[in-house]
Ligand binder design. Structure first.
Ligand code: ZN
Ligand code: ZN
Length: 130
């Protein structure tokens, strides 16, 4: 379990399909390394509603200043910011990624529009990295 990199409160662990996600209701979700791949794989094979998008309250989505930097809740190192399918991800090479509220659903929606993702190819982008 980790502290939210934005507000430093302890995040709540939620589980879907055996994947454990740390959630801060106000700020977003933390995904341990390779969990984003598991999630995108699960969602790629699903029709209809996303399993994961109820994990944060969408009415709390606030404008995020992407010039900000966050520190990894595990090693405290400054995380890199990477833009992927229109979404900013705060990324620690050793531990995982933080997605602001709404960004997980945005990422999944954008991936679904990508024919490479639907064909399974775009996932390789995530395989070793996230
Ligand atoms: Zn928070
Ligand atoms: Zn780290």
């Amino acid at each position: 379990m980790a502290d939210c990199p934005v507000c430093a409160d302890l995040m709540t662990e939620k589980e879907r399909d055996g994947i454990h996600i740390d959630v801060c209701e106000s700020h977003g979700v933390w995904l341990d390394k390779s969990e984003l791949l598991s999630i995108t794989e699960t969602e790629r094979h699903r029709d209809g509603t996303f399993l994961f998008t109820d994990l944060f309250r969408t009415e709390n989505v606030t404008h995020v200043d992407h010039s900000r930097t966050l520190n990894c809740p595990y090693c405290q190192k400054q995380m890199a910011i990477e833009k992927h399918h229109g979404v900013h991800m705060d990324w620690c090479t050793d531990h995982g990624i933080f997605l602001d509220s709404g960004e997980l659903s945005a990422l999944l929606n954008n991936l679904r529009l990508d024919p490479l993702f639907v064909g399974g190819v775009a996932l390789r982008l995530f395989e070793n990295k996230y």
